[in-house]
Design a protein around this ligand. Sequence first.
Ligand code: HEC
Ligand code: HEC
Length: 364
Amino acid sequence: MLLVLVLGAASLTSCRRARASWHRRTALGRAEAAVAVARINRGRADYLRYCALCHGREAQGYAADHANALGNQDFLAIASSAFLRGAIASGRPGTPMSAWSQRRGGPLDDRQINGIVAYLRSLARRPLLAVSARPSAGDPVAGQRVWTERCVTCHGARGQGSAIATSVTSPEFLRSVRDGYLRHTITHGRAGTPMAGFAQLGSRAIDDLVAFIRSAEHVPGPPPPPTYEPPPGLDRLVINPTGRPPEFRLREGRFVPADQVAQALAQGRRMVILDARATSDWSTGHIAGALPFPFYNIDQMAGQLPHDGTWILAYCACPHAASGHVVDELRRRDFPHTAVIDEGWSYWTAHHLPTAHAAIVPAP
Ligand code: HEC
Ligand code: HEC
């Protein structure tokens, strides 16, 4: 066994060395390497524009909310390119992680997503492990007991995630990982994050935990999303253009409570509401009257905003990483009547305030 490992490691290293020297030696090899470097650089530029707000400039995680450490070596050791592509394209509905693919109403085409994946994979210092596909033979009821003792404080009663940890039972996540991915993470943890390794529980209990996490898959998930019309531009930006201005009382000079906004809307007051999330989130549901103004497009869109003292409000779901960024940038550009809608989208929907969604393209 050991011999196989040693031989395997040796052949991997020598294979890499041979490849590296081939790259240096031949013109074709140098061209191929240059293309790979260019793709990684492009991916890093897109990463900084679209992802760093939450996942951090160095992919260290936790710049906003519980956006996990994408550059973590224990994560990259098991996060394949296909897994990353799927997570980026479809997001994790119900969390601040948006769907980023154009197919889902987001801003990124396949080439950009592949570039970001190449950049993230380039941060890995260890080769990708082929995690086992062996399904857990554990007992979900026993697993739930361990879960309640050891995991619930961070991941929630059903693994739905919390302000400190990712969800582990979202249908998109469970569909895209093998049981070996779950076993590996539970056993080894993620060094440098709050996720400790639980090897001391023993492989039986870990299998029970995997069975418990998998049992969430049998709860029927939401129906597949419809196709939405592309998001509109910023024409007809002002809500109630002939209305009187609202009288907002801001908290800490920057937050306006959602109830004040709802009341001002009901009274027909004049204002602009910007949805600072990715456009895919605007499509699936937004505050009635709000237009998409994603945090990564401020430079392109700020020039279209009214510069006449009209109140401009921004919101997101994170709960104010993206909206706070938009308001900071607008104030820097001399828009003083700006505010973040406090608690954003989650408060708005929890209190059943008026919402709308993009037009749905009829199924063929
Ligand atoms: C508004 C904040 C935000 C932005 C911007 C954002 N993410 Fe996320 N992302 C999150 C959060 C929060 C999670 C955890 C979701 C959960 O609970 O499952 C997450 C999860 C992920 C995951 C899944 C990790 C796993 O193990 O399941 C990947 C991969 C990811 N993000 C990549 C990206 C990339 C690439 C971008 C840029 C294109 C991006 N994210 C932009 C907040 C964000
Ligand atoms: C102290 C808080 C904490 C506790 C307790 C905890 N976790 Fe985690 N867990 C996290 C965090 C934070 C992450 C994401 C780390 C990262 O990659 O940035 C995570 C990641 C995971 C993942 C991978 C999710 C993904 O998207 O890739 C699994 C699976 C998981 N935990 C299972 C468990 C199980 C099972 C237990 C109990 C035995 C447990 N965790 C206990 C905080 C915790």
